[in-house]
Write a protein that binds this ligand. Structure first.
Ligand code: SER
Length: 337
């Protein structure tokens, strides 16, 4: 039990969660986590309290509310895009109803502390839906308000939850109680993320991280998209830095609720080439999965992140060469050595 103001991370044992715990546990606020799965022991010992359970379990959320004074929520729990296509109704439940539960949780927490809870929501380039390959080529860097016609359940869930967050953050007002919204909702639309520490599962941008992790393990890999497929990517440390910058920015500086961020946008062939240079014995072939190809073909080739750069100083440390040469290849090499 702690009435010290604390941080709640949902989906804490996922890819972003791992790296975020590392950073936030080094700060002054205690970290509380919620995930279906237990944290790895090295992360478990860094957090104040680890709840194992579901974001759909309202009684568990009530217990967290009763026991901890949460004033920042990082709501990372979700089913990713490929996984969601296999079970769309379940994806909707977890991704949308789960987010609604966390927004209600944050609203209540804000009411009881008398100040807004800062709420971070990770959206995705999956919120976009470009009509076809020609449109994708023609539009280049996509701006936040354009081409928002997602083709996947996951993308539709993410886009809708951005709207839900905007509602709770800016428009929510209980007419009867006349109480104003108590959520300061902040959202980043992430590109594909590549971590050297964890291998992803269930995403459609996974072809790039999978190529590197399997090559480092000495296993063959069949890439499920065409060599010319291009989407934006970012190294995980830059993604976590961006979350911290956005969460720490004064509200008055934020002209948007939802921000694109980018770093580099290689084709699958360019990723293969850099991995082959690092692991010359690797076997990487192409075995196109039409459904997954269709999904990435509807995602932008790159994003316009000028608002994030302007409003809260987004400035990724790793471009394509540095992401691979200084972060991914050396760290992954060590990991599987
Ligand atoms: N990278 C995620 C996925 O592929 C999208 O946010 O599902």
């Amino acid at each position: 039990m702690s009435r010290t103001s604390s941080i709640l991370i949902t989906g804490a044992s996922g890819e972003i969660g791992h790296s975020l715990i590392e950073r936030l546990a080094a700060g002054p606020q205690p970290v509380i986590t919620l995930d279906l799965n237990a944290l790895a022991p090295e992360h478990g010992k860094k957090v104040r309290k680890e709840f194992i359970g579901s974001i759909l379990d309202n009684s568990l959320l009530e217990r967290i509310h009763a026991e901890y004074e949460i004033d920042r929520v990082y709501h990372l729990a979700a089913l990713l895009s490929t996984r969601s296509e296999f079970s769309p109704a379940l994806a909707h439940k977890v991704n949308v109803e789960g987010t609604l539960n966390l927004l209600e949780f944050a609203q209540k927490a804000g009411e009881s502390h008398g100040r807004p809870v800062v709420f971070f929501y990770p959206s995705s380039i999956a919120a976009y839906g470009l009509a076809d390959a020609e449109t994708k080529l023609a539009v280049g860097k996509v701006r936040e308000d354009d081409h928002l016609h997602p083709t996947t359940m996951y993308g539709a869930n993410k886009l809708y939850c951005e709207h839900l967050g905007r509602y709770y953050g800016r428009h929510y007002k209980q007419l009867s109680a006349n109480s104003l919204g108590k959520i300061d909702f902040r959202c980043i639309r992430f590109p594909g993320l590549i971590s050297a520490i964890t291998a992803p599962s269930g995403g459609t941008s996974d072809f790039a991280p999978e190529m590197i992790h399997t090559a480092a393990k000495g296993e063959p890999y069949a890439c499920f998209v065409r060599p010319d497929t291009r989407i934006p990517f970012m190294a995980m440390p830059d993604a976590v830095t961006a979350i911290q910058h956005l969460m720490d920015a004064p509200q008055a500086q934020l002209q948007r609720v939802v921000y694109n961020i980018g770093a580099f946008a290689p084709s699958a062939e360019e990723v293969r080439a850099v991995v082959m240079r690092a692991f010359p014995g690797a076997t990487i072939t192409w075995e196109i999965d039409a459904k997954r190809q269709g999904i990435v073909d509807s995602w932008p080739a790159d994003v316009d992140d000028s608002a994030a750069r302007h409003d809260w100083g987004h400035a990724p440390r790793y471009g394509f060469d540095a992401a691979f040469g200084e972060y991914l290849i050396p760290t992954i090499r060590n990991r599987y050595a």
